[in-house]
Design a protein around this ligand. Structure first.
Ligand code: SF4
Ligand code: SF4
Length: 458
């Protein structure tokens, strides 16, 4: 950059532009140069569909706000012919704030537009890069700052204290002992040499501990040799949302190191799309960690138990019509679409497909950490009309999702559009459908019915 530009640019703007040069992987650069502005991705974005006639929500329009900086500072075309390739720069903190509102407030990094692009442009990849650059100079939504700080300092993104976490596990253990009338049922902590180390989302401790007791019930009935960890138990990773690779690596390392310390054979990740993607797919790269154990989503674990005959289920215990919402991170980013459906059909009587579905499903509106960014709630809920219409068309009473983030996003959409649907997860339905030896097949265990709003976040 020229001397004149340096003199008139804020230090934050300068640092963002310099930092971009260090983040330009082949994948990001490919996406930044490949767009031919054909517009084929436009209609794939739920923000566009909810705001007809407003071109500023189009994926290519949003992407160009980042691309212009790349072109001006890191691509020869923009250095030589800036007017031709629409290259541009940023100079002030106000301009960075405007960019923040686009990359955090108008895109959930859901990657649906990527699937419509003939050139393979992956906006979410460089949108995340832009988020990370802004975060590096302290420009971010307040919620992102708070959650990131919690995860840096306490090791979990909801700031759950160790004593509260352990107390919750004890409480769930006692509940389960009462419920099954079996004092030997336990939620083991820090047991070495187990076949399964079970990691969870802190939301489960804080707002939805029943998912922990349901999982424990399944492990108990399957006679699994399992444990939870007293530290390094949070499988979520706000680094995926904030674009902060250092946070991503630190969080993932805590988890991996704890499993290694316990000599666990398989790390089972409870139902969470971004948690699974962060831990299983991105974490080893961020943390530069050679993971020696197997990492598996609990969807696969539960399905395996049924197939191996380790647990028996009775689908008549879940008679309400259900539909499945594919989390963006599971379906589009990890290709997991069939296993949750297979499991759902085994434990529910009436399963109805949502359209579009699988990799073409629309975001719950809460992706990319959007639930933590209250300043954009109005826009988020407006974009939720697309999801609301999809849900309503199924005629289902219950929407099932394998993601805690989606539970919150869907609950908010359902409440806002007054759909009157329940939201639940596979673990709740599997636990409810369990046939436990010595108990009649059709008896619903008291307190474990799937209830309206049971997963609603406070
Ligand atoms: S479909 Fe791809 S090439 Fe076409 S405008 Fe969208 S991002 Fe650009
Ligand atoms: S990633 Fe999702 S929210 Fe972002 S522009 Fe593409 S379709 Fe829209």
């Amino acid at each position: 950059m020229s001397t004149t530009e340096k003199q008139t640019r804020s230090w934050k703007a300068e640092r963002v532009l310099d930092g971009m040069g260090k983040k330009l992987s082949r994948q990001i650069t490919g996406s930044l140069v490949a767009c031919v502005h054909c517009g084929m991705c436009t209609e794939s974005c739920h923000y566009v569909l909810a705001n007809p006639g407003d071109p500023t929500y189009a994926p290519a329009y949003k992407a160009d706000k980042i691309r212009r900086l790349f072109k001006r500072h890191h691509d020869w075309t923009g250095k030589v012919f800036p007017w031709w390739v629409k290259a541009g720069s940023v100079y002030t903190d106000e301009e960075l704030e405007e960019l923040k509102d686009i990359v955090f407030g108008r895109c959930t990094n859901c990657r649906r537009c990527t699937f419509s692009c003939p050139m393979g442009v992956d906006l979410a990849t460089f949108n995340r890069m832009a988020r990370g650059l802004l975060v590096s100079v302290g420009i971010m939504p307040e919620g992102v700052a708070v959650v990131s700080k919690d995860q840096w300092e306490t090791g979990n993104q909801m700031g759950v204290l160790k004593e509260d976490y352990l107390e919750t596990l004890e409480w769930m253990e006692e509940e389960l002992q009462d419920e099954l009338d079996d004092p030997t049922v336990s939620i083991p902590v820090d047991q070495p040499d187990c076949d399964v180390v079970y990691s969870i989302n802190p939301r489960e401790v804080k707002y939805d501990p029943r998912t922990i007791s349901d999982a424990a019930k399944i492990f108990h009935v399957a006679r699994e040799k399992w444990t939870m960890a007293s530290e390094g138990w949070d499988m979520t990773n706000f680094g995926l949302f904030s674009g902060d690779d250092a946070l991503g690596g630190s969080v993932a390392s805590r988890l991996y190191e704890k499993v290694n310390e316990l000599r666990g054979k398989t790390l089972v990740i409870s139902e969470c799309g971004h948690g699974f993607r962060s831990t299983r797919c991105e974490g080893p790269n961020w943390a530069k960690f050679d993971v020696p154990f197997v990492m598996e989503s609990s969807i696969f674990t539960m399905l395996r138990y049924i197939k191996e005959g380790r647990i028996k289920v009775d689908k008549s215990k879940n008679p309400k019509p259900v539909t499945y919402h594919d989390s963006c991170n599971f379906a589009r980013s990890c290709g997991i679409t069939e296993e949750p459906r297979e499991l759902l059909h085994l434990v529910c009587e009436d399963v109805r497909e949502m359209y579009p579905n699988r990799a073409e499903n629309y975001c719950c509106t809460g992706g990319g950490g959007a639930m933590s960014m209250s300043e954009y709630t109005r826009e988020r809920l407006k974009s939720g009309v697309v999801k609301a219409n999809q849900l309503e068309a199924t005629g289902a009473e219950v929407v099932v999702t394998s993601c805690h983030n989606c539970v919150d996003g869907l609950t908010d959409v359902i409440r806002h559009y007054k759909l009157g649907m329940e939201v639940t997860q596979l673990v709740n339905l599997v636990a409810n459908a369990l046939v436990i030896e010595g108990k009649p097949a059709h008896a619903v265990v008291p307190g474990l019915e799937v209830e309206a709003g049971s997963n609603a976040q406070a």
